[in-house]
Write a protein that binds this ligand. Sequence first.
Ligand code: ATP
Length: 359
Amino acid sequence: MSHQVVIKNAVKKYGDYKAVNNANLTIQEGELFTLLGPSGCGKTTLLRMIAGFNTIDEGHIAFGDKVINDIPAHKRNIGMVFQNYAIFPHMSVFNNVAYGLKARKVSKSETEKRVIEALQMVQMEEFKDRQPSQLSGGQQQRIALARAIVIHPDVLLMDEPLSNLDAKLRVQMRTIIRKLQKDLKITTIYVTHDQEEALAISDRIAVMKLGVIQQVGTPVEIYKDPKNIFVGDFIGTSNFLKGTVVKRDDEKTVIDVNGKTIDFNMKKACNGEVIITARPEEIILEDVKKGNIIGEVVIGTFLGDFINYEIKLDNEQVIEVNEYTKDVSRIRHTGDKVSVVLVPDKVHVYDGAGEEVLL
Ligand code: ATP
């Protein structure tokens, strides 16, 4: 049976440095939950704490209502898939998948049935007598997946499982993993540094930085409403514009952006310097009009259903704008002057440090 995973005030220290700094998460039963962040942010350390390969210095981790801090890794009933496949090179595919069942003393006939079932789930049944050396990287990773699920784990843990595969295979494999995870309804914790992969595969994501969880949410929440500019910058593409609050009353806040003033309906009070973030699709390009922010087209790139522009503002800052147009013959040319219009109800405004969202 799958389990909820509860992480409460969990800390892992290496010397004085907290590689995981007071993590609090509840991963729901049957959920595919991703730990996402740049190299060194502590995601692997946290996963290894859940697996039992790292000790927990403070706080606790529970599967269901059972605290597992002191339960050794091999008794936690977890399935694990690693980046480097980690399948045994001297064993056939069948024996690789059967390994965990043998260790659990499952009968021969039951083992046979479950191994075939697991191989069918990853569409590898016909390869059961092959040696790993006769398999491609993608096939080896499917065997690793079959080996992890065959034991009917309470929790499935995956550490960058697609990083060694080429781009096309990565996309295919993430669909296989997602479907399998949904069919089996198995609580899964997935580690990646790849934001696109995280958005594609996850029910929810925790974004980490320097050991600290920055934000937890669905892919849409994290993309649409990043809590701080680190998250906004790490997930997707964003433009960051400096602004200064020039006037504030009950109705509106007027912010100077690049010498032009824009009215915002702020959620929170703010003063002084602010940072405005806008995704490339949250900016509109128009004909030059007095009073607007003016920019110049550096280059336009046709990308199918939209054109991506680099636009240089008159303070020399270069921003990215995506313009969706049916008529691609209307592509703007290098040197063209344009008005750059921010849509106040789409963009976000943060304090000057980029830590707190104000709009
Ligand atoms: P990557 O994507 O590069 O694997 P990560 O986000 O998974 O990065 P971790 O491997 O969890 O990061 O490492 C988090 C921090 O803890 C890093 O600063 C790392 O140097 C440190 N760290 C990890 N393992 C050890 C260890 N055994 N001894 C000392 N420091 C460690």
